[in-house]
Design a protein around this ligand. Structure first.
Ligand code: SF4
Length: 300
C-alpha cells in the first residue's frame, strides 16, 4: 500500500464527497474524527455537511452516522446516549455536528434542552455564518452587516442589521463544563480542543469558524488565509472555557486590520466602497474587533 493510501486508510472521513472546492467544513471534520477516534456515533442535522457527504448509496463517513432534521439533532443524541447506557456500551461517545442554522436558530430549543439535562454529548457547530445549503440566507450566526440573500445590500441596506448571537456564552450559561471556539486555520488547536472535550462527561460545545468560499465570496484556495485573517484581526476570537470561565485564548501575534479581512470577501465589500452608513458600519466592526481583543485578552 502506498504511503498516501496508508494515510487515507486511517482517515475516518474520506474524500469523494461533493463539498465545494475549499470548503472549510470538510477539512474540519476530517480532523475532528482524527481526534475522536472511531468509537463514536455522529449525528448531523440537515445542512451542507450532511448534503455533501451522503448521496444515495455513498458515504464519506467511516463511523456510524445518522442524519436528522434541522431541529432535532440534540434530542436524537439524547436518545442515542440513553440507548448506549442501557446496553452498557459506555466506551462509545456521541457527537452532534451541526451547522450554525440548526445550532443558533432552528435546533436551538433542542440544544438548550440537551444542555439542561446534562446529556453526555459533544456538540460541534460548524459556523459559516449563514444557511449555505439553501443559498446563503442569514442566520443567527451571520455577522452584522454581512450581505446575504435575505439581507441583500442596496440603497437602503448595508446588510444584516443584527449582531451575531454569542452562542458560546449562551451554552456556558447552561452550565456546560467545556466550551471552546476554534478555526480551520489552526488545525492543531482544533484537534487538541476536540481531544480535550472528549475527556469530559456531560454536554460540551465547540464552535468552529469554517469559511465558505462559495457564499462568503473568495477564491477557494484562500480558505485558510481567510480564517487566519478573521482570527488575527480580532473579529473571530478563539478561546476555551472550563466551568464558565475563560481558561485559554489564542493570542494574536501580529494584528491584522479588519479591513484586510473584510475586503477579501464579497459579503462585506460594500462596507469599504459605500456611503456614510457603510462607513459607519465599517467603523462599528473595527470597534468590535477592539472590544474582542480587550474582552478576551487576545494581545499581550
Ligand atoms: S456552500 Fe459553503 S459550506 Fe456549503 S459545501 Fe459549499 S463551501 Fe462548504
Amino acid at each position: 500500500m502506498s504511503e498516501k493510501n496508508a494515510v487515507q486508510e486511517k482517515d475516518l472521513f474520506v474524500s469523494g464527497h461533493r463539498a465545494c472546492h475549499g470548503c472549510g467544513q470538510a477539512l474540519a471534520v476530517r480532523h475532528i474524527l482524527k481526534a475522536t477516534g472511531r468509537d463514536v456515533i455522529v449525528i448531523t442535522p440537515t445542512g451542507c455537511l450532511e448534503t455533501f457527504t451522503l448521496t444515495y448509496g455513498y458515504s464519506s463517513w467511516r463511523v456510524p452516522f445518522m442524519h436528522h432534521l434541522f431541529e432535532n439533532g440534540p434530542s436524537v443524541a439524547t436518545g442515542v446516549v440513553a440507548a448506549l447506557k442501557a446496553q452498557h456500551r459506555d466506551h462509545i461517545r456521541v457527537l452532534v455536528i451541526g451547522g450554525d442554522g440548526s445550532t443558533f436558530d432552528i435546533g436551538f430549543g433542542a440544544l438548550s434542552g440537551m444542555l439542561e439535562r446534562g446529556d453526555d454529548v459533544l456538540y460541534i457547530c460548524m459556523d459559516n455564518g449563514a444557511y449555505m445549503n439553501t443559498g446563503g440566507q442569514r442566520s443567527g450566526a451571520t455577522p452584522i452587516y454581512a450581505g446575504t440573500t435575505t439581507h441583500p445590500v442596496g440603497k437602503k441596506s448595508i446588510g444584516k442589521p443584527q449582531l451575531k448571537k454569542d452562542m458560546p456564552a449562551i451554552v456556558a450559561a447552561h452550565g456546560a463544563p467545556y466550551v471552546a471556539t476554534a478555526s480551520v486555520a489552526y488545525l492543531k488547536d482544533l484537534r487538541r480542543k476536540v481531544e480535550q472535550a472528549m475527556t469530559y462527561q456531560g454536554p460540551r460545545y465547540i464552535q468552529i469558524d469554517a469559511p465558505c468560499p462559495s457564499v462568503w465570496g473568495f477564491p477557494s484556495d484562500r480558505t485558510l488565509e481567510i480564517g487566519r485573517l478573521g482570527v488575527q484581526s480580532g473579529l473571530v476570537p478563539v478561546f476555551e472555557m472550563v466551568d464558565g470561565r475563560i481558561t485559554g485564548v489564542r493570542k494574536i501575534r501580529t494584528r491584522v486590520p479588519p479591513r484586510e479581512y473584510l475586503s477579501a470577501q464579497r459579503r462585506f465589500k460594500h462596507l469599504l466602497e459605500g456611503n456614510r452608513a457603510a462607513r459607519e458600519g465599517f467603523e462599528k466592526i473595527c470597534a468590535m474587533a477592539d472590544s474582542n481583543i480587550e474582552k478576551y485578552g487576545l494581545m499581550d
